[in-house]
Design a protein around this ligand. Structure first.
Ligand SMILES: Nc1nc2c(ncn2[C@@H]2O[C@H](COP(=O)(O)OP(=O)(O)OP(=O)(O)O)[C@@H](O)[C@H]2O)c(=O)[nH]1
Length: 412
């Protein structure tokens, strides 16, 4: 993958030096600097830029010329550096279709530029669904989102929005109007929240209705934020970015709680959250407890790092073999668990035994060379009892498998 290139057009060498340093250090992108319009033109002809960061006023051009040129002739997103602007100037430059403008009045401004460039890069993979029955409104929001490089999908009412969400499972943000035929915005949010948690999708409500309780109504029913129409571009972008930052944070937290740091397998906590609730405590379920054989010896002989490599590869093999249909989790140490929903212990143990044969005969490649690793396993079916009881039995069977010579699966 080629390194992204950023062009800074700025006559103050102090400003361009700070920005270059931050962009290279934090993002690792390549940065070119042009101190005036004419040198910017030469560079723009030579390279394809991901983003141009441009000063509004340059020594050899009228105010804003560089911005208009970058947007119209090079179709490149533009972040504008400015001195303080009055309200009229601010409105005029936002109308040009820039990503954002940043006043050069404090050191956080430069960090904000870097954050914005990083966000733009990530936005290219972020799908946003806009639900609004007004074509004009929908297109306007689409245009604003496209200035920030989002992938935009549209729905003309709540029903269509639900259908689009069904088809496109990776939509991260829903922006919905309130007054729409069939299902209004609040009803849409209620329906969405029945299925999607806050770490799955973020929601921003919009309305030009004068009802002052609407914003609270949206948020109480599951929206993350609300914007009164008409809104200024700037506020729209700030709220979208904040909402997506919160979504990222929530997703990170979720991953930390539910994915094991070393192997990326699900955690014990996730396993129980999926299979130990009142609703899931019925129906056929078998559990398999797998424990690597003589794992301590691998650590003692080759070191902890090699032990870690074995755990990572073993978890990956389990993931590839079972995760598409069953829940695989790291229970702790060198012990893993699989929940076979819908299978009795005979069927589940046949699957695990097939995996055991393949896995044992395929050495794990590590920095200490190829290592042959086996595991023992106990499989038990839950019978009108708690998951804990089934796990206890699986643990006893695992112990029997160890005592009987290891590298085997025992089920009951
Ligand atoms: N490298 C590494 N080792 C771990 C980790 N978690 C637990 N272990 C080690 O796993 C080993 C488990 O050892 P034992 O419980 O004695 O079991 P074993 O050597 O596999 O022997 P059997 O289970 O009886 O076949 C211990 O040495 C732990 O330190 C980990 O995250 N990384």
């Amino acid at each position: 993958m080629s390194i992204l290139r950023i062009l800074i057009v700025e006559d103050s060498s102090t400003v361009s030096k700070i920005l270059t340093h931050l962009i290279v250090q934090d993002l690792g992108y390549q940065v070119d600097v042009a101190p005036d319009m004419s040198s910017a033109l030469v560079l723009l002809e030579q390279h394809q830029y991901f983003v141009v960061v441009a000063d509004l006023n340059l020594p050899d051009a009228s105010s804003g010329d560089i911005v208009r040129l970058v947007l119209s002739s090079y179709k490149t997103p533009c972040i504008v550096l400015t001195s303080n602007l009055d309200a009229h100037q601010r409105r005029e430059i936002l109308k040009l279709g820039i990503v954002d403008y940043i006043p050069k009045d404090n050191r956080y401004s430069y960090q904000y530029v870097v954050k914005l460039i990083d966000r733009l890069y990530r936005n290219q993979h972020v799908k946003v669904l806009v639900a609004d029955d007004s074509v004009v409104s929908r297109k306007f929001v689409r245009m604003l989102l496209e200035h920030h490089l989002f992938q935009v999908l549209e729905a003309k009412d709540g029903e269509e929005a639900l259908a689009v969400l069904e088809q496109e499972s990776d939509i991260q943000l829903l922006i919905t109007d309130y007054n729409m035929p069939k299902i209004d915005g609040v009803e849409l949010i209620l329906r969405v929240r029945e299925k999607y948690n806050r770490e799955d999708i973020a929601i921003i409500g919009l309305s030009n209705d004068n009802d002052e309780s609407l914003s609270a109504k949206f948020i109480k029913n599951g929206a993350d934020d609300f914007l009164q129409k008409p809104f200024v571009h700037e506020e729209f972008h700030c709220r979208v970015l904040n909402t997506l930052d919160s979504l990222d944070m929530m997703r990170n937290l979720w991953t930390k709680a539910n994915r094991d740091y070393l192997t990326q397998s699900y955690t014990r906590r996730y396993f129980f959250s999926q299979h130990n609730s009142k609703e899931t405590e019925s129906g056929l379920l078998s559990v398999a407890l797998l424990d690597l054989d003589f794992f301590k010896k691998i650590n003692d002989t080759h070191g902890h790092d090699v032990g870690d490599q074995v755990l990572i590869e073993f978890a990956l093999r389990l993931e590839n073999a079972f995760a598409a249909n069953f829940t695989v989790a790291r229970f702790g140490g060198e012990e893993f668990v699989i929940a076979f929903k819908g299978l009795d212990s005979t069927k589940a143990s046949t699957l695990v035994d097939k995996f055991r044969e393949q896995s044992t005969t395929t050495p794990i490649s590590t920095s200490a060379g190829d290592l042959e690793v086996s595991f023992s396993c106990g499989v038990s079916t839950r019978n009108n009892e708690t998951l804990d009881h089934a796990l206890q039995r699986a643990d006893e069977l695992l112990y029997q498998a160890k005592a009987a010579g290891r590298n085997q699966v025992i089920s009951q």
